[in-house]
Design a binder for this molecule. Structure first.
Ligand code: 13P
Length: 350
């Protein structure tokens, strides 16, 4: 009994630390296939050494821990060593940054549902979670993907994805790891913001129903949702103020106040958009008295700029680290609703 109480407290404390004021999370858990696409864009070969060098560059950035509370790693990375032999995970832990691990096996075509996916990876998950905890992970991530389109999403796709998310979350908590529950409604398409609002509402309702049903302690988790946005190809895309209103309205109707924090994904927004929307959400959150911390858990929104600056060249490493820290600092300000785009320092990264 005592052990169970201690485990619960560890989950709560970890979840709170992940969403602590002024900081957010770096999603550096691109699978080998996803990082291949990112590297291709900057003409870098997708080798194990290049992946290691790139992630080492990020994790060694001086002062990272001022803005970044945790980093989500990929299976390869949590086992990898830096060029001097130090385990990459040590670079984070030594600076008080919490290591997390992506544990899903990706979104796969959903049977009998054209154009929809279900996230796989539950088989053998209990054993993998025990190993990840031993390797030093303190939280986990599972991404479900919901597609908007003609007759999509179906109720079927929402239900099976929510069910799998809750099964994963329960297993994570059993292993003493904080689940980062990520139901991503994709921004691909030309739909309007109202459609995204409705689909996000339906998705989050089912996710929280399943989490409760499967006995997940929602005080010991972090939600990683999409913002409520117009589709990427929509003609008249909503501005940050409307995004903030719709996103907070959606979350207020679906996410219990007991959840300690919400860490948004960037999901293909460009850097400005990902910054301005997060800032607008946090400004409005103060006015409406939102009960949760609202921060970032960005992959592309943090890494696109340093990837461009690095381009696989050793000589560019220091500059790429400066660019990365600049993105982290700007997002840390936006996460507090205190981003000032006119400030010279924020614009230039000087
Ligand atoms: P993006 O911020 O690039 O959407 O990545 C976040 C993430 O972890 C997706 O699973």
């Amino acid at each position: 009994m005592q052990r169970e109480i201690e485990k619960t407290e560890v989950l709560w404390r970890t979840a709170e630390a992940m969403v602590v004021e002024g900081k957010g999370i770096l999603a550096a858990d691109e699978s080998t296939g996803t990082i291949a696409r990112r590297f291709e864009a900057i003409d870098v070969q997708n080798t194990e050494d290049n992946r290691r060098d790139y992630r080492e560059l990020l994790f060694r950035s001086e002062g990272l821990e001022e803005y970044i509370s945790g980093v989500i790693l990929f299976d390869e990375t949590i086992r990898q060593q830096a060029s001097d032999g130090t385990p990459l995970i040590r670079l984070l832990v030594d600076r008080g940054v919490i290591p997390g691990i992506k544990v899903d096996a990706g979104a796969k075509p959903l049977a009998l549902a054209a154009g929809e996916t279900v996230t796989e990876g539950l088989d053998g998950l209990r054993e993998r979670l025990i190993e990840y905890r031993e390797l030093g992970a303190r939280f986990t991530k599972w991404r479900a993907v919901i597609h908007i389109g003609e007759e999509r999403p179906t109720r079927y796709a929402i239900d099976v994805n929510a069910h799998a998310l809750a099964r994963y979350a329960a297993l994570s908590q059993e292993a003493g790891l904080v689940p980062m529950v990520e139901p991503e409604v994709l921004m691909d398409g030309d739909h309007d913001i109202d459609t995204c609002f409705e689909v996000s509402m339906a998705t989050l309702r089912e996710v929280f129903y399943q989490l409760a049903h499967q006995r997940v302690d929602i005080e010991g988790m972090v939600l990683k949702p999409n913002m409520v946005l117009s589709g990427k190809a929509a003609i008249d895309r909503a501005e940050p103020e409307e995004v903030a209103e719709m996103t907070l309205a959606c979350l207020e109707h679906t996410v219990p106040a007991a959840v300690p924090g919400i860490a948004f994904l960037s999901g293909g927004q460009d850097d400005d958009e990902a910054t301005l929307n997060l800032d607008a959400i946090n400004r409005l959150a103060v006015d409406v008295g939102a009960p949760w911390e609202l921060t970032f858990s960005y992959g592309r929104g943090l890494q696109a700029a340093p990837q461009q600056a690095w381009a696989g060249k050793r000589d560019n490493m220091a500059r790429a680290q400066r660019v990365f820290l600049h993105r982290a600092r700007v997002l840390s300000a936006a996460r507090m609703g205190a981003y000032d785009p006119d400030s010279e320092e924020e614009r230039t990264g000087a």
